[in-house]
Structures are given as C-alpha cells and as structure tokens.
Design a binder for this molecule. Sequence first.
Ligand SMILES: N[C@@H](CCC(=O)N[C@@H](CS)C(=O)NCC(=O)O)C(=O)O
Length: 211
Amino acid sequence: MTAQLYCFGESGNAYKAALTMTLADHDWEPVWVDFFGGETRTPEFRALNEMGEVPVYVDGAFTLTQSGMIQDYIASKTGKLAGRSADERREVLRWIFWDNQKLSGMAGPARFLANFLPPEKRPEGAIPFLQGRLQAALKVLEGRLAGRDWIATEAPTIADCACCGYLYYPEPFGFERAEWPNIDAWLARLAALPGWKHPYDLMPGSPADRA
Ligand SMILES: N[C@@H](CCC(=O)N[C@@H](CS)C(=O)NCC(=O)O)C(=O)O
C-alpha cells in the first residue's frame, strides 16, 4: 500500500519527511493540508494528529507524527539514510534533535512571520529575536560542515534531510545562502543526490497558489 504524507509545500518540517521517503525510495503520496485555510485547527485534523501539525504519515491503520519520528521510522524500515552502527545512529539523532529546536525551530517561525503573516499581526521584536537565534544555529552548522560532506556520518543520513528542511526556500527569512560557504556546498551536494526535489516540487502548495 502506498503511504500517505499529510503535508503542504510551504512546510519545511513536512519536507524533511517527504525528502527522506523520496531519497530512501519509500513509496508515498502527498495529501495536501490547507494550513492557510485553518485545516490543522479543525476537529477532523485534530483527530488525525492531536498536536495539530503536519507532517502526518499514514500507512493503512498506522499513523506517525513529528518529522524526526517519521524520518527515523523510514530509515529503520528501509535501512537507508540511517547510519551504519548504533553510534552513528545516535549521532544522527543528536543532530535531528538539535535541528528541531535550534535550526528549523527558529527558521520555521522566522520565515512564517516574515512572509506569511500580515505585517500588522507580527508580534513586535519576534522576527529579530528568531533571526538572531537562527544566525547562531547557522554558525554551528557552518562549523560542523567544515571539512566534511555530511552532517552526522560520512554518508548522507536523515540528519541532512532534517537540517536542510527550511534552507532551500526562496522567501527571505534571515538565511542568505551565499554567506555560508560550507552550508552552500552541502546543500548543493544534497540537491545532487538521485531523486532530490525542491520542496515546492515535492509537495503540493506554494505561495504562488495563494497569490
Ligand atoms: N516538531 C514538529 C513541528 C511541526 C510543525 O511545526 N508543523 C507546522 C507546519 S511547518 C504546522 O503544521 N503547524 C500547524 C499549526 O501550528 O497550526 C515536527 O518536526 O514535525
């Protein structure tokens, strides 16, 4: 049976799961969620995920939420992008936890506030605060990628698919790719992997649809 991923193109968190399944050759199809129309707040969606978030992975009666959990499940199931030993898998998880809080955890809200929320609804000071924290996280990532091709191990893993979650999007949110040469080269390496797709090509929905 083809697994389903509840997602939308603007979601970097959903992209992590979608990219993982794609690069791991795991059969899946997207189910578009109308986030901007409020779908994640509906009782129907909350019945699917009480947390009210995408991504949601559904395979028959089996459901998983949280991008890192879905990524870990796919890596375990397919044996791809997983790390080859227990030590490597722990290192992979270490970077996913870091990403979810420090990198994507700042990039996602910064991008949302700066691009998708009307200016009058933006909480004062929130964007500079998030962008300051984001710069600190980008510095950590830039340092990590000095002299190495992939984040957690010598091969691409789900840690790479997590950390890149927001970094291919074109909307301005405080990440200028040209300012971070190691990150830039790593994003190019990732994008050269067979099957890689940009988030707006991998999942339905983009700002152009709402213009
Ligand atoms: N830690 C979660 C974060 C998921 C998340 O924040 N999803 C956003 C879209 S990127 C969402 O669905 N938000 C819905 C809402 O806040 O109403 C994960 O990694 O899956």
